[in-house]
Design a protein around this ligand. Sequence first.
Ligand code: PEP
Ligand code: MN
Length: 348
Amino acid sequence: MLVVMQHNATPEDIQRVVQTIEEMGYQARPMPGAQRTAVGLVGNDGRVDESRIAGLPGVKEIIHVTQPYKQVSREWKTENTVVQLPGGLSIGGTEIVVIAGPCSVESEAQILETARLVRQAGASILRGGAFKPRSSPYSFQGLGVKGLKLLAKAREETGLLIVTEAMDPEGVDLVAEYADIIQIGARNMQNFSLLKRAGKAGKPVLLKRGLAATITELLLSAEYLLAAGNHDVILCERGIRGFDSSTRNVFDVAAISVVHELSHLPIIADPSHATGRRDKVIPMARAAVAAGADGIMVEVHPAPDRALSDGAQSLYPEQFAELMKEIRVIAEAIHRRVADPIGSAAQV
Ligand code: PEP
Ligand code: MN
């Protein structure tokens, strides 16, 4: 339930609403907005009797949130969430953020070279897995802490922010020490203990859609993060399982627009895991930007044929540089622009 205050409601009016909600045994979440303040009520299991609140001074209206997810919904918050990152970068505003890098951190030379190449082409965030959720236990599992340290070194040398995956609740704090954004992978979208822990980590979270998750399920998983106190959540469409094996997954481009309708959270797209094929990554990255994605995440490797994971879907650096030029044009056509990397001449 959401209590919308009149635009001229006083701080005392707002405090009275908060106090009443707490006296009723629920938690209150005041949300000052550009137009007016609203006070969210959480902790209820079913419809709440609004009669004690409706008559309080300064209360304009009471909205019963109809979706199963609450704080994530547009009913709860109409304005877009803009996730603020270090260095003035943000996700969810007019700028489209490009995240690029290898599937896995493999060595110092590989991650530093990739970081330099993608930075030069205009990416602002470096991706790379240190802890890898592989379908086979015999596949490369990642460099672990060493991978995190190499990512930090790449950030130091290039100014790129870093995003990397935390695979289990015990690993969240370690990843949070190094990463600017904690990634929760598709296979873990409904690992609720991981979500609860990530909700307390104090860093923004990139939550990837599960392989067979509905959009409602994705938003309910995001709700776990917000319910734990973390409002800096970025969603990611990365393809879902279909019956056609032409591409690795089926890229649900419409999900971008559906999520924007249902939620105030930003959503980016990962055309690499969505398609699994280098030649399909480029057109789907363009489509994602055209569909309104707040960013894209693309796998790039200096030598994809020698990659330890996902080489077939990793772009050659020249292909990535070309893609950057193309999406700048697409962004402009829809009145947006591609964010410049922190510290670049265009940004300062
Ligand atoms: C990744 O982005 O590194 C990854 C493993 O992707 P997903 O969780 O979407 O499969
Ligand atoms: Mn990968």
